[in-house]
Each structure stands twice: as C-alpha cells, then as structure tokens.
Design a protein around this ligand. Structure first.
Ligand SMILES: Nc1ncnc2c1ncn2[C@@H]1O[C@H](COP(=O)(O)OP(=O)(O)OP(=O)(O)O)[C@@H](O)[C@H]1O
Ligand SMILES: [Mg+2]
Length: 483
C-alpha cells in the first residue's frame, strides 16, 4: 500500500513539476520587455524609476472620486506613501486579499506588475534556462522573498477568454499553458494549489480590460463548470483559492464600481513619480539642457508638469519634444493629438498608405475607437476592422497585432488575429475626437446618457480639452489629400 502511495506521489509530482515549470516559463516570458521599448526615439533610462505608491485611503464613491481621467489630479486624497520593499512584504506576509494596484491610465501598473512578478520569479529561483543579470542574482541572494513560492503566475486579464461555460484552470491559467498540459497535469496542479502543497502567487493585470462584467455572483466550487465572470468573481471574494495571494491591477474606475463583496481589502494607488525622480528620468532620457527644460515647464505650466509625473504622459511629452522641440503643445490634450498626428504621419504610414486614403483611414479609426468605448471593448477582431473599413496594413503603426489566442477545444484559425490599441489612451483620444466632431443632436444624447459613466472618464476629459481649447490643432489629424 505504502509503495502504491509513493508511486502515486512520484507520478503526481512529475505532473506538478511540469505544471509549475510551464507556468513559471510563461510568466517569465510574459514579463519581459523594457520600458519605452515601443518608442524608437527614446532610450530607456539606465536606472529603474518607480512611481510612488499610496495606501491607506478609503475607496468608495463619494470619498475618493477617481473619475477625473488622465491626470495626476485624480490622486487619492489622504493615505500615506509606502516604500516598494514594504509593499512587496505586505503582499507576501499579510493575509489581506486580493491586493489591488490601481492608477490612472499610463500610471505604470502593467510595468510595476511585470517588475514585481520578475522579482518574485528571480528571488524564488524559478527562472529556468534564463540567466539573470548580476543585479538580479544579487537581488535573489539578499531578498527576503526567497523561497516563498514554487510558482509565480503573471497574466494579462484581457487574454482570459470570456466564456459562458468554463472551469477554474481555464480562467486562471494562460490558454497557451492550458493547451500544452494534459488534463491530469492540470488537475494535479490545481489540487496541489488547493491543498497548499504548491505555493503560488497570482498576478492579474488590467481588470479594466476584462471582457466580462465582474459583479457579486453566487458561489462556485473549484471543480465546477461556470462562466468566466462568476469564476473570477469567486476568486476576488476569496471563495476560490482562499490561501493564494492574488494581486490585481486596474484603472480606478473598475475597482471603484465593484460591489462591496468584491472590493479588494488592500488597495495601493500609483500616484506618479516624485518631483525628484520625474526630473531625473526626464534628464536621463532627454540629455543635455533637459533639466532646465523640466524646471521651465514646472514654473510656467504647472498643470502639464503635474501630468508629466505620470510615466506614460512623460513619455508622450518627450516624444513630442523630440519631434518638434520648438513647437510643443502646452496642454495634455494637445500633446495627445499631436502624438496621434505624428503616428499617423510617420514615415512608415506614409510609405504604405496612399495619402488620399489617410483622411478616410483616420475617420474609420476614430469610429472604431468610439464604438469600442461604447461596448467597453479594447480588443478588436479582424471582422471589426473589416466592418469599419480599416485594412490591417494601414494600422500597423498604431495597432499592434497579437496572435489569436488558442482556446482549449477551439481550433486556432490560420491567419486570424486579434487587435488592440497599443495603448488604451490612443483609443480614448481617438474616441474623443469622434465625439468632438459629432453633430449637436448626437453629442447631446452621448452627454445625457453615457458620458457620466465612469469608463468614459478619460474620453470625457479629452473631449472637453478638444472643445474648450482653441489652441489645439485637430486639423493636424484632418489632412487634405496630398498634404
Ligand atoms: N516606472 C517606469 N519607468 C519608466 N517608464 C515607465 C514606468 N512605468 C511605466 N512606464 C512606461 O509608461 C508607459 C505606460 O506604462 P504602463 O503600461 O505600465 O501603464 P498602465 O498603468 O498599465 O496603463 P493602462 O491604464 O493603460 O493599463 C509604458 O510605455 C511604460 O514603458
Ligand atoms: Mg496596463
């Protein structure tokens, strides 16, 4: 009997080993990439800068209104700053869950989630076949995080398929990993997690990009079949995987609207770089004389300076500045519109798009962005592009393509792809342009019915910016053929 038990343990430890290896490898690959790598004109700073983390504020409607959009002004009132190391400790050693990292668009949630997952993978020596850098090796030797976990899962929520009938493993594990594991391996992996024999930390990035609506739902067991929405809701309430640390990142609006039972018990907000770090990062990337430039913005355009403390916005500003140093817009909406104009007019686009088509192309892109917002969608299909008369080749500068995700039981279609704007803010500024150009009647309907909803908050700010500021040149996006 004992022999049989040992045989079984050996057999299942092989399964679990395979399971853990694949999860860790997936997560490692998922967290690769440098900051700013999408922007050819910018060189990432040598040093790693981190936006400040604030905790200890209350997150409920009325106390903290997070709907002011792409601006550091939506920093939560109250609360205290927490050091990154203390934050990591808190994730590991406190029993509050889920932990939620919130922040405005481009505040660095995805980057922080990746860096944290990477730190956990390295510190627990879970990186197989990869050589950590010297610095990463030092971190692992001195880190308190060593040997806390057997596996680290890092998932983008937008990659979780939204299905009416699915199971826990298919929700929490990446489709590519699920398909590569046998049923037995998946079951053994989950069983070991549930029994506490396999220590795992799960990090889910971008709750705001979920293609389902997370509401308080009835209870679901770990082996039940149910919808993605219900299963995920049960993870958030802690009914499923009660002993697994779960970190979820999200823009504020998705978290602020959650029902009481789904509210994370610990919320940390990313509230922009400190002035010192902002200045250092700007000077490291922009080089000579840039410190004076930064001080000048600080003195003359405090609003713009404040926004530049948001990582993404600083990047956008730096890009604009590089392209046209003497004629840089002095407000956020202006910076965004100039940026889209630059992307649309880029060398690459000029080569592949007939100038006569540019106007039509932008018009269609705005329309798709707007309709995506209406349906709360950030991922588009080939059919969507066809429906909006957008050819893939035209948009490759602005939309990046991802291979269609293979889902268990579903054949991977050849040549089919999913699309999403390389940054959600592009979708939002294009949607705002669409809104600003609407006729009065339709605009009124939009304002009366939809604009007040929180997921429109960024579009609302941009639209106001476009309509109120005469200096914003939206004509740069309405090119005449041949221009
Ligand atoms: N700490 C940082 N240092 C340097 N660049 C950063 C940092 N954090 C983020 N960035 C850069 O800012 C951009 C936006 O960051 P990120 O995607 O992490 O933001 P986000 O909060 O996840 O945005 P969203 O709300 O749209 O999901 C990226 O290009 C990233 O490289
Ligand atoms: Mg993100």
């Amino acid at each position: 009997m004992r022999f049989l038990c040992r045989m079984f343990e050996h057999y299942s430890s092989g399964h679990v080993g395979n399971f853990t290896k694949k999860i860790n490898r997936f997560s490692w690959e998922n967290v690769q990439g440098k900051v700013m790598e999408n922007y050819e004109d910018l060189e990432a700073p040598e040093k790693e800068f981190y936006p400040r983390i604030k905790t200890g504020f209350k997150l409920f409607k009325g106390d903290y209104v997070p709907q002011k959009g792409f601006s550091a002004h939506c920093n939560p009132q109250g609360g205290t700053y927490m050091k990154l190391a203390d934050f990591m400790d808190h994730i590991q050693y406190s029993h509050q869950k889920p932990y939620s990292i919130i922040g405005q668009p481009g505040s660095g949630k995805t980057t922080l989630m990746r860096r944290l997952a990477k730190k956990f993978l390295i510190a627990n020596k879970l990186v197989i076949g990869q050589k950590p850098t010297l610095w990463e090796r030092c971190v692992s030797v001195f880190s308190k995080e060593s040997r806390s976990y057997d596996a680290v899962l890092h998932m983008n929520i937008r990659d979780i398929p939204n299905q009416d009938s699915t199971c826990l493993t298919d929700v929490i594990f990446p489709p590519s990993v699920v398909t590569s594991l046998t049923k037995k391996e998946r079951q053994c992996g989950l069983k070991n997690i549930l029994d506490g024999k396999l220590k795992i930390i799960m990090m889910f990035d971008g709750l705001d990009q979920a293609s389902w609506i997370t509401k308080g739902e009835e209870k679901v067991g770990p082996w039940d079949t149910s919808s993605t929405a219900k299963i995920f809701a049960n993870i958030m309430t802690g009914h499923l995987l009660p002993d697994v640390p779960i970190v979820i990142s999200s823009r504020e609006h998705s978290v602020a609207l959650l029902s009481q039972d789904l509210r994370p018990s610990f919320v940390a907000a990313l509230v922009g770089f400190s002035e010192k770090d902002g200045r250092s990062m700007y000077s490291q990337v922009m080089g000579e004389n840039s410190e004076q430039e930064w001080n000048q913005i600080r003195k003359c355009n405090p609003g713009l300076h404040y926004m530049c403390l948001t990582p993404l916005f600083m990047i956008f500003y730096m890009l604009i500045k590089k392209v046209d140093p003497d004629n840089t817009p002095d407000c956020a909406t202006g910076v965004m519109i100039r940026l889209i104009a630059i992307l649309v007019e880029s060398e690459h686009t000029r080569r592949i798009v007939r100038m006569a088509d540019v106007q039509e192309f932008i018009k269609n892109l705005k329309k798709m962005a707007f309709h995506g917002m209406k349906e709360q969608r950030v991922v588009f299909t080939k059919e969507d592009l066809d429906n909006f008369n957008i050819s893939y080749i035209n948009v490759s500068d602005i939309i990046i393509k991802v291979p269609r995700i293979s889902i268990v039981g579903q054949k991977v279609l050849e040549g089919a792809h999913k699309f999403f704007f390389s940054h959600q803010t592009f979708q939002e500024v294009l949607a705002a342009l669409y809104a600003a150009e609407m006729d009065l009647e339709n605009f009124k309907v939009l304002v009366d019915n939809e604009f007040k909803l929180p997921y429109w908050s960024v579009v609302r700010s941009f639209t106001t910016g476009i309509l109120n500021n005469n200096q914003i040149d939206i004509s740069s996006l309405i090119l005449e053929p041949g221009q």
